[in-house]
Design a binder for this molecule. Structure first.
Ligand SMILES: C[S@@+](CC[C@H](N)C(=O)[O-])C[C@H]1O[C@@H](n2cnc3c(N)ncnc32)[C@H](O)[C@@H]1O
Length: 262
């Protein structure tokens, strides 16, 4: 926590606000995605499921998925703790919803499903699209599947396998939006990034959670920003967003905005 506060103080010092940004593309992103607070009908159903999960104190055994995989340190937890501590907050999931909806992304990959609430946002954002989501824990994965059924979501493929086994088999899919939210180690984040960057095109968007989770994750984020195929990296502290658009100067923006705290 102390480390995160020190990261944020530095971020505030180095960052810029929306009034000092010249890029039309970033302005468009801020206006339509970050500053947009329209609530859609589908949000109500997902947040209702979240509120039900928050009331469930049933214990669950968690599978050991290796270093960097856990925000919860113990091997057992309860559904309400997973909901509170592991799920992205509604505000963050709603940013992802708006990215998919605004850019009309159709082929979406989420690395790390957990109970599937963010997956549900991604799914609702474009009913003509498809969301592939990966969760290595069998129990957590079956709880997510149950939530998709409750919410009547039909455009989700949930894969219950370890990331390292399945991602190489998915590379032919040409995902146009990828949410990296599974393994919080530098090595794994970079490994998945380099695998998936191979299949990226100039319309791809990659979004990284927890870029300030640790010094290691910050180093992974810095390396991603410097990768030559990345044209624009937008750092909103709570998420790192990467665009591969060609025909523009490489740019890195640290944006001071209320979404920093989501
Ligand atoms: C932070 S949670 C995902 C949260 C979700 N994306 C959201 O926004 O609410 C990460 C999930 O990835 C799973 N996971 C971690 N390491 C994994 C691995 N190596 N293979 C497969 N699943 C893994 C964990 O079990 C956990 O449920």
């Amino acid at each position: 926590m102390v480390k995160k506060i020190s990261f944020y103080l530095k971020f505030l010092f180095q960052g810029t606000n929306k009034y000092n940004i010249h890029s039309p593309m970033v302005h468009e992103f801020i206006e339509n995605i970050l500053d947009n607070s329209i609530k859609y009908y589908s949000f109500i159903g997902i947040e209702h499921v979240r509120s039900l999960l928050l009331k469930q104190n049933e214990a669950i055994e968690l599978k050991d998925l290796g270093a960097g995989s856990k925000s919860i340190k113990s091997s057992t937890s309860t559904i309400n703790i997973l909901t509170k501590k592991v799920q992205s907050r509604p505000e963050k999931a709603q940013i992802l919803f708006r990215v998919v909806s605004f850019f009309q992304k159709k082929n979406i990959l989420e690395i790390g499903t957990s109970l599937g609430l963010t997956t549900a946002y991604l799914s609702n954002a474009n009913k003509d699209g498809k969301v592939t989501t990966i969760e290595g824990d069998p129990k957590v994965s079956s709880l997510a599947q149950k939530n998709f059924k409750t919410l009547k979501l039909k455009n989700i493929e949930l894969i219950n396998q370890p990331f390292d086994q399945i991602i190489p088999q998915l590379l032919k899919n040409k995902f146009d939006l990828i949410f990296f939210d599974g393994n919080h180690s530098k090595e794994a984040t970079l490994r998945y990034f380099y695998w998936l960057a191979e299949q990226a095109n100039e319309d791809s968007i990659f979004i990284f959670d927890d870029i300030y989770w640790s010094s290691d994750m910050k180093q992974a984020w810095d390396e991603i920003c410097n990768f030559d195929k990345v044209m624009l990296s937008l750092d909103i502290f709570s998420l790192g967003i990467v665009f591969f658009k060609k025909n523009r100067e490489k740019e890195h923006i640290k944006l001071v905005h209320r979404s920093n705290l989501y």
